[in-house]
Design a protein around this ligand. Structure first.
Ligand code: HEC
Length: 329
């Protein structure tokens, strides 16, 4: 019985050389493809979380060291490992395969050496272009921020909501406002936002005579409130409370998050450009914006268009800046 089991094992046993090689390939495949695939499945993100290249290198070096230890454990193991290699070198598998494999190995090593040794200082180090436009779609240039200038129909709808005391709010702030309302059940829902334009709007609402202009100003205040909340949730970590690029995460990046209070940043660009930059983040930048890659996230993946416009309005407001007016206006 034991002998038979032994025979079966012997039948499926492969040479140590091939098992070492296959083990290394399997470990590489796990680190390179399986871990990112599992991470994607676990996080539900629309992209995999890749293992950094340096980490893959470390894993592979450890795996190779482990294989060397395993193979050199005894003379018998080592002989077994070397057997196919020696057979190959003595051309026992044929002259042509030997020549082809040796040629391939030389070419691969030559290619790697070339990659390492080729001079990399050919292109002069240039200043990074902060506002590259080579891949900026022209159609974005004239975009106006709908949150900062809501159309009449939206203002009219807002007046109706205010009359019914049921203002629509983005989900991210709705719960907080609900909590506030539980503690302050008297009065109008909008009084959670006690700024002058809102107060004026509520007074007009009481008197029964609401002007579109007052309602619009109050709606803009509400949009701004939502934009600020979204900024605090999404952008503050990098761009900071003071919008000057000094958030708690800012020091971790070689290319610092932008200081929006600086005159050379969001003030010199049209709003449509800011919208495009926020939408596509670092991954959307063309090569002129290198050598340091931007850590700015690709916000179109996690914020709706409405939310992005509201944040942009808050961003300009917090920085006390106005966007550049598009040419021809
Ligand atoms: C992980 C850090 C990080 C977060 C979070 C982040 N940013 Fe950025 N942002 C950067 C970095 C770094 C830059 C500078 C490099 C560049 O221009 O892409 C930048 C640049 C920008 C620019 C370009 C400004 C200019 O003048 O070119 C805008 C606009 C911007 N961020 C808006 C936002 C908004 C809005 C949010 C939140 C929705 C946000 N950022 C969140 C890191 C971040």
């Amino acid at each position: 019985m034991a002998k038979r089991a032994g025979n079966i094992v012997a039948k499926f046993r492969i040479n140590r050389f091939w098992s070492a090689l296959i083990t290394l390939v399997v470990i590489y495949a796990i680190v390179k493809w399986l871990i990112p695939a599992v991470s994607r499945w676990m996080t539900d993100l629309p992209f995999p979380l890749t293992v950094p290249g340096e980490l893959i290198k470390i894993y592979m070096i450890l795996a190779v060291v482990a294989m060397i230890l395993l193979v050199t454990f005894s003379q018998k193991h080592l002989d077994e490992f070397l057997r196919p290699v020696l057979k190959f070198l003595r051309a026992e598998y044929g002259q042509i395969p030997r020549a082809v494999v040796l040629l391939l190995i030389s070419l691969v090593i030559g290619y790697i050496t070339y990659g390492v040794a080729v001079p990399t200082s050919e292109t002069p180090i240039s200043l990074r272009i902060q506002h590259p436009s080579s891949n900026f779609p022209k159609k974005f240039e004239d975009l106006k921020n709908p949150a900062a200038d809501p159309p009449e129909a939206e203002v009219a709808a807002f007046i109706e909501q205010a009359k019914a005391n049921d203002i629509a709010l983005i989900a991210q702030v709705a719960t907080d406002v609900e909590h506030w309302l539980e503690e302050n059940p008297d009065g109008h829902m909008l009084s959670f936002l006690p700024t002058a334009p809102v107060k004026k709007f509520l007074a007009e609402l009481d008197s029964g005579e609401v002007s579109m202009a007052t309602a619009k100003a109050a709606l803009i205040e509400k949009n701004l409130f939502e934009g600020r909340a979204l900024y605090a949730m999404n952008c503050r970590a990098c761009h900071g409370d003071s919008v000057s690029g000094d958030g708690p995460m800012a020091d971790g990046f070689k290319l610092r998050p932008i200081n929006f209070t600086d005159n050379g940043t969001i003030e010199t660009i049209v709003e449509g450009y800011t919208f495009w930059r926020v939408m596509n983040g670092g991954p959307g930048l063309p090569v002129e914006a290198t050598p340091w890659d931007s850590a700015m996230p690709e916000w179109k993946l996690s914020l709706t268009e409405e939310e992005r416009w509201k944040i942009i309005m808050a961003e300009y407001d917090l920085a006390e800046k106005t966007p550049r007016i598009p040419e021809g206006h």
